[in-house]
Design a protein around this ligand. Structure first.
Ligand SMILES: *Cc1c(COP(=O)(O)O)cnc(C)c1O
Length: 226
């Protein structure tokens, strides 16, 4: 069985266990550092949605591959790359500041686009990670919801790796935060982007709608020497 088949199999199992429909989970095949040939293999096996974390790496791949794919941006956002991100990606998972959200909306307006965005949450207040603290999110969400040229679809998290706390704790906490924000601001944040190769089944159990899975599909990544 290919990595992709195994992941899809595991998704159905996790959905069964959580009494969820398989169609309620969107699998993003994280193709960063993977070749176009590896991506083509996944496309041939039925995969349509891919995640990339660097614009300059993604652009040639997007240009070379069929037009009917969905590309999600999952990497750290740099202000000077926002135009290219909005040009190429319909979904942006890693919006981690108000300034970036505003810039995305402005550029999307200019380009006649309306990307779906996730607000990245830094639940553990890790210095090494981007993301809104829970406290900050509560402060800025009402203004962000007013931005005209983007659609805030939900919250995203990359849980701490070196943590005494179990990953599933962070997943349930993100869900609870989402539930609280929906009530507090009378808004809809239907999607939760959480779960990677090591923990996507748990994430599905905790209501993830968008899982970002790389190595379990493609095998290891050769990181290019910078
Ligand atoms: C690389 C990456 C993933 C995929 O990680 P795997 O462990 O290979 O599944 C998911 N999310 C983000 C934000 C990433 O950068």
């Amino acid at each position: 069985m290919s990595g992709l088949d195994q992941v899809n199999h595991e998704i159905s199992r996790a959905c069964d266990a959580a009494a969820r429909a398989v169609s309620s989970v969107r699998l993003i095949a994280v193709s960063k550092f993977q070749t176009v040939d590896a991506i083509r293999e996944a496309i041939d096996a039925g995969q349509k949605c891919f995640g990339e974390s660097r614009v300059q790496e993604a652009e040639p791949k997007i240009a070379e591959l069929p037009d009917d794919l969905e590309w999600d941006f999952i990497g750290r956002i740099q202000s000077n790359k926002i135009r290219r991100i909005v040009e190429h990606f319909g979904v942006i998972h890693s919006v981690a500041s108000e300034a970036h959200a505003r810039a995305i909306s402005r550029v999307a307006g200019e380009l006649g686009r309306r990307p779906q965005i996730f607000l990245q949450v830094n639940q553990a207040d890790e210095a090494s990670k981007d993301g809104f603290s829970t406290h900050r999110l509560v402060e800025v969400l009402p203004e962000l919801l007013e931005l005209p040229h983007l659609e805030i679809v939900g919250l995203m998290v990359i849980p701490p790796i070196e943590s005494e706390t179990e990953t599933s704790h962070w997943f349930s906490e993100l869900r609870e935060l989402r539930d609280q924000l929906e009530v507090q601001f009378a808004c809809r944040l239907p999607r939760l982007s959480m779960g990677m190769s090591a923990d996507f089944s748990e994430a599905i159990g905790a209501a993830a709608t968008d899982i970002r899975v790389g190595s379990a599909i493609f095998g290891g990544r050769e990181r290019p020497v910078p």
